[in-house]
Ligand binder design. Sequence first.
Ligand code: TTP
Ligand code: MG
Length: 410
Amino acid sequence: MPKARSWPRIVVHADMDAFYAAVEQLDDPKLRGKPILVGGRSGRGVVLTASYEARPFGVHSAMPMARARRLCPQALIVPPRFDRYQQISETIMDVFENFSPHVEALSLDEAFLDMTGAEEFFGPPSEMGRRIKAAVRDATSLAVSVGISGTKYVAKVASDHGKPDGLCVVPQERARAWLAPMPVSRLWGAGPKLQAKLIKAGYETIGDIAATDERVLIARLGAIGERLHALAHAHDPRTVARHRGAKSIGCDRTLEVDVSRRQDICLHLNRAADTLGRRLRRKGYVARGVRLKLKTSDFRLLTRQRTLPEPTDVAATLYRNVVPLVDQLLPEAPFRLVGLAAYDLARITATQPDLFDTDAPRRRLEAAIDALSARFGPDVVHRAADLAERHPLRLAPNLDFLDSDEDDEA
Ligand code: TTP
Ligand code: MG
């Protein structure tokens, strides 16, 4: 007979503390214990994250760097090193996979783990949390905050609740009461507009929503009322999907100057394809699809994607396949962000020797450039078209995480 379980479902949410900043402090002891801001200084520079030492000054992610520097003039500004964050991300995702076969990476630094039924191996939920935290610290020397409950929603709120270095366990039967005093801004999917609407309708806390009849909420707020009611009651049927961040890799840049001309957009994509091809080859992946991402000057995110005729890790092939997608979105120009992602990644295996038949000569060329760049630095080899361009490519910091619409999922 199976052992009796105390929790019917155990969902863990783990999220690294001040991730980019913590990595910078790890790698450079001079930065430890100090307020630091990770991001660019340029005109459109924004704070990607702030160390916990800087947060009491009111600075936070996505704030313009200029404003953050006014609020916290003593903060040290550190440019981001995405490859290093990616590397640590892979380490932490590997750690999570030692705890559960169901790990859903949400971004570089956070994941859900379904640990239902794992008490036998790891003890009760609080002990699971302690072990996960210790394993992440052993592997990276960094702190992760962990929230554990019976649903994704409450686990996520719980991991944030204990930050930094938190461990917050909320049994399902106590989840509703635990949520009740929290402001409606903690409801998943409640952006600033909906929050304002809720406040105006007299709902300040999650408990206010929970105490209202579902039909009344729907009548006042529309279809979203049903979801808010469920969340406020700690009901969230979503399961932990099994996927790692590495199933797609992207290269997005917010530009210093918005672009409208097809040739300018393509120039950025060509560069992005080079970066992606290089990363794919380095990691031993091939992509089965490419996705184009453009953000309009009024901040609408547009995407188009297509499956490739054959899996590839060749930049020229990624680029060739994304160009026709540009034409579909060109009428929406100007764009402030141009991005390209390779998705549906698979590891190259020995059983796929014919993979690169069509791409073979081009692949040899790109691999040769990889070798040159590795030896002499990334700026040694340039494409003639880039050099001919009058304006050098000017990039602002990566804002990928601002585009995450995960919070808006039903
Ligand atoms: P978060 O987990 O949101 O933030 P954080 O890890 O820095 O801090 P916290 O302790 O509150 O979790 O994001 C993870 C990393 O993603 C963050 O270190 C930098 C990056 N990021 C951006 O680049 N832009 C953004 O707007 C946000 C929110 C994060
Ligand atoms: Mg984090």
